[in-house]
Write a protein that binds this ligand. Structure first.
Ligand SMILES: Nc1ncnc2c1ncn2[C@@H]1O[C@H](COP(=O)(O)OP(=O)(O)OP(=O)(O)O)[C@@H](O)[C@H]1O
Length: 240
């Protein structure tokens, strides 16, 4: 894989919590190509959310290297990390992190307030950006009657759709998703994943999806099991 194709690269990455005697993980090697959809599957507590925080540059201490679009997070001061994350990464986390007092539409538009890169990609004018946000909500099948409601008034499944629309607004190169279907039953899980992957393909984003649920594998290009991460034999992702 050419370096220029890599959106995310983890090299000999490790993490140990302060005060802990053992690392959560060590020697992790992994890479994501542009537009790739990858499921990282592992049991609860193995370290998936911690790895996502390192991938996003939210945590930067520890051995190894994490590069986003060829730039090592470790080399950047915190303000630049925040800007780079806003420009290039969309996040769908378990708690969705919606602002409860903002409307659905304003929640989706948040990336445009934090990143001029995302704003420009979403549309040249405020009206175009709003139309793009609405198109994403429609694609994720969130009814227009809900768009003016505050996020706090939505069901969990509806909040998931808002979080997904927000993650893909402005077509970030990488979207990180942490157990995005954990609150859904089987039918809703598959429907949500199908919609998620549709907007992901349209945005051209690479997707790193972490979950304990191996049934999500059918929705992704490749699955990597947590146990394969530290083998040292997979400088790029080896499908399992
Ligand atoms: N803030 C923290 N301080 C100390 N240890 C932590 C902290 N957060 C998580 N851990 C520990 O780090 C390990 C990995 O946690 P992490 O949340 O990354 O796992 P996970 O695979 O995402 O789990 P789950 O699938 O249940 O969300 C666990 O043993 C957890 O107890």
């Amino acid at each position: 894989m050419a370096m220029s194709d890599e959106v995310l690269s983890l090299r000999t990455l490790g993490w140990r919590w302060p005060g802990a005697t053992e690392p959560v993980f060590d020697g992790v090697n992994m890479a994501l190509k542009a537009g790739e959809h990858v499921l990282l599957q592992g049991e609860s507590g193995c370290g998936k959310s911690t790895l996502l925080a390192l991938a996003a540059g939210v945590r930067v201490a520890g051995p190894g290297q994490v590069s986003l679009l060829g730039q090592d997070w470790h080399a950047l001061p915190s303000v630049q990390r925040d800007r780079r994350r806003a420009d290039h990464i969309g996040c769908i986390f378990q708690q969705f992190n919606l602002l409860p007092y903002l409307s659905v539409l304003d929640n989706v538009l948040l990336p445009c307030h934090f990143s001029t890169v995302r704003a420009q990609r979403a549309g040249a004018s405020a009206a175009q950006r709003q139309a793009r946000a609405q198109a994403l909500l429609e694609a994720l099948q969130l009814a227009p009657a809900l768009w003016a409601r505050s996020a706090a008034q939505l069901s969990v499944g509806q909040q998931q759709r808002v979080a997904a629309a927000r993650a893909f607004l402005g077509a970030p190169e990488l979207v990180l998703a942490d157990e995005p279907t954990s609150a859904l039953d089987e039918a809703r899980r598959d429907q949500f994943m199908a919609l998620l992957l549709t907007v992901c393909r349209e945005a051209g984003s690479a997707l790193l999806l972490v979950s304990h649920d191996s049934r999500l594998a059918v929705h992704c290009h490749r699955t990597v099991r947590w146990s394969a991460l530290q083998s040292g034999a997979v400088p790029s992702l080896g499908g399992t």
